[in-house]
Design a binder for this molecule. Sequence first.
Ligand code: KG4
Ligand code: ZN
Length: 467
Amino acid sequence: MLMLSKTAGAIPRPPRSNVRGFIRRFNVQPRALFHHKLVLGIETSCDDTAAAVVDETGNVLGEALHSQTEVHLKTGGIVPPVAQQLHRENIQRIVEEALSASGVSPSDLSAIATTIKPGLALSLGVGLSFSVQLVNQFKKPFIPIHHMEAHALTIRLTHKVGFPFLVLLISGGHCLLALVQSVSDFLLLGKSLDIAPGDMLDKVARRLSLIKHPECSTMSGGKAIEHLAKEGNRFHFTINPPMQNAKNCDFSFTGLQHVTDKLITHKEKEEGIEKGQILSSAADIAAAVQHATACHLAKRTHRAILFCQQKNLLSPANAVLVVSGGVASNLYIRRALEIVANATQCTLLCPPPRLCTDNGIMIAWNGIERLRAGLGILHDVEDIRYEPKAGEIVSWLRVLTALTEDLDSVSSTHTVAHSPLNSGSRGANIQTSMCSCTQTVYMRTVRHTLNILNEKSKKKKKKKKKK
Ligand code: KG4
Ligand code: ZN
């Protein structure tokens, strides 16, 4: 049974004509008999209306997506009632398109899976209410989905990845590092203390007025920053990554946003232009802020990997770091994380960019994962509620409180100081800009840090034995 929370939202009752309309307009002819389990996934937690049908083996049979990005770019951010209206206008068409493309009729489905948390209340409500109609109409089991769990498990659709693995989830609303131990068991190692990296990049892009840039006008803020940064020289500006000495795996992005904001104001004065016009140095600023973001994400993740290795939480022979969420589609950030993964003998895996941003496939796949594990499958949706608050995430993730002290003791000062992320020359490609001697030093310092950690834990074990 789904836990109800104080912040849970009631489902707005849909007009009955919606239900009849769906049945009347839906006319898929089943192409074949389906032997596999089939799940329809529905996603409306933020500003994408998405649906997909996925089978047990990970075949995507049909998918459809309506993005609201362009509308929200014009209003300078997501206005929840506008998002709700757009979800309402599109959900039926999107679900019909996904089902039609798949050749699966609703009666063939094994279950319907829908994002119910976390997200914007008004957006979540549309997806849930539509799903409840379908569930009741076609008498199907319902699988409520946690949006971040879906981002984390997407990798198991595209790659063979067993549990446990380390996941870095970076999106417009979230930033967290967790050890994924099973479909529903996540140990939280770190999180953003303020805003998410995608939110910060969106704000910087807005402040740079990138919507007026002919090449970026239809791109999300983060994508626009990545695009522009390719032409920029990050060395024209110094933006230091935050929390350089913090002995944990948390993140912070508000400081980066403010520093960049100040820099933009300063350059506007210098170039004698009004707020709202595009700076001649916009590409350089984009490159500098992207680099600082990549360094910050990589260094905090590096600490988490060292910690997991020290505690034997990851398989020594096959340690996997998964990066997902909208910001993970940024190739510069991926390269920064690749450096850290290589230096710590981890395999970095990322879903393809279109599966990093919100989509229906990840929700349907999460439904398949839960169906296979027999977890959270509801046959009665009478009491189902959506849960918008991100705070809910704590009840989903087991926080590693008992090990926090150990986490604090992981020393990465050496590796941070010598990291290739602090070196290199111009522009977009971290790896090509890294000189091989710096890389050697980096590898050596990582090994050095690991040795220290191993020595420390050996000593501790010896002490325990003596006692
Ligand atoms: O996962 P997602 O689609 O939605 C949320 O759950 O938040 O992530 C959207 C976020 C936005 O903030 C967007 O600017 C960012 O992902 N994003 C990017 C890129 N593409 C999307 N950030 C950096 N580089 C990109 N290429
Ligand atoms: Zn997302």
